[in-house]
Write a protein that binds this ligand. Structure first.
Ligand SMILES: *Cc1c(COP(=O)(O)O)cnc(C)c1O
Length: 348
């Protein structure tokens, strides 16, 4: 973040002027359980979900705040990280004028969201070690370059970027740096959530879709400064996180030891898979992994992908991605699934 970084210069003019949709309920939420709510045209017969959900997700945020050591006012929740990322585009990028930087090979949604929002994409490929080219990134950024996406651990390469490189980028990029930590719980690296106070231009996103085992409920988390969170709050649809999702997430977050145990089991399986893959003649290279998937170079990715499909196993063919020629991405599954994968690969 440059010294003159000013969030008001980054946010779109129309968003600055916007007053959020407000329901009468917002003002009285939590005042009293004895209140009679005749304001929102709901059906009065109780079934657990007949009322609109809490638009601020207070109970869920309180739980997250306690677990992550971040204040509630630094947290925004979305319908998956995909919604959070879209809100970030809509808040800060003027269509047909602004640009963002992505570092391929990386998560495909940054590209899709940029296109949907008519925002130009500047792509700076990772280097041969899958690390960001810091100097080049800083050199191509202009005043119109609003966002820089760092996915760490990165999908599909599975490595975490060096903390020093990330720090140089956050310190010197004069826009918002979004660190996508979808896979952070599988990594030994520190989350950048700890450093939000230091960098006013930092957004960290996490999700319950991977380590927390809740891809089906769609819950994405954004950690950022109070001013960024309040801007995003202004444009988010009021009921973007539904009641069932909030309840399920609270239940899961109440048992962090269950999550840790599953992560440990996945990491044990990851190590086993890596060692098995390394022994297979059709595998040319297995990249180290800081996530719950493994990128491996094979002799012929497209042929091997189809052969696996014929054996009833779906993996991800990444061969068309830069630096990923002939690479397949294997998600770490259950022990049974992983044995099935290795057994199938041995017969090819
Ligand atoms: C899977 C994944 C996500 C998760 O997105 P959700 O919408 O929260 O399910 C985010 N970022 C990356 C890099 C991912 O691989």
């Amino acid at each position: 973040m440059k010294k003159d970084f000013n969030i008001n210069k980054i946010v779109r003019a129309n968003i600055k002027k916007l007053l959020p949709y407000s329901s009468a309920r917002d003002e009285y939420n939590g005042v009293s359980d004895a209140m009679v709510f005749l304001d929102a045209n709901e059906n009065p017969f109780e079934n657990g979900v007949n009322r609109y959900p809490d638009p601020q997700q207070s109970r869920l945020k309180a739980k997250l705040s306690e677990l992550k050591g971040v204040s509630i006012e630094n947290i925004l929740l979305g319908n998956g990280s995909d919604e959070v990322l879209d809100l970030i585009f809509r808040a800060f990028c003027e269509p047909n004028r602004d640009s963002v930087i992505t570092l391929p090979p990386t998560y495909g949604m940054y590209d899709v969201l940029a296109k949907v929002n008519a925002v130009a994409i500047i792509k700076i490929e990772l280097d041969a070690d899958f690390e960001p080219r810091v100097d080049e990134i800083l050199k191509v950024a202009t005043n119109q370059t609003k966002l820089l996406f760092l996915c760490s651990p990165n999908n599909p390469t599975a490595n975490s970027f060096k903390a020093k490189s990330i720090e140089r980028l956050v310190s010197n990029f004069n826009g918002i740096v979004v660190i996508d930590e979808a896979y952070i719980d599988f990594s030994n690296e520190e989350s950048w959530v700890k450093r939000l106070q230091e960098f006013k231009n930092l957004i960290v996103t996490q999700t319950l879709s991977k380590a927390y085992g809740m891809a089906g409920i769609r819950l994405g988390i954004c950690y950022a400064s109070k001013s960024i969170v309040s801007i995003l709050n202004r444009i988010k649809p009021p009921y973007n996180v539904n009641e069932l999702t909030q309840l399920k997430a609270i239940e899961r977050l109440a048992k962090p030891e269950d999550v840790s145990e599953e992560i440990q089991r996945i990491l044990t399986q990851r190590d086993w898979l890596i060692s098995e893959l390394e022994d297979l003649p059709l595998i040319k290279k297995v990249y180290p992994s800081d996530a719950n998937f493994i990128l491996a170079e094979v002799d012929d990715a497209t042929a091997r992908y189809s052969e696996l499909i014929n054996k009833g196993i779906v993996v991800r063919n990444r061969t068309t991605q830069p630096l990923c020629e002939n690479c397949l991405r294997f998600t770490v599954g259950s022990q049974r699934e992983n044995i099935k994968l290795i057994t199938a690969l041995k017969t090819l």
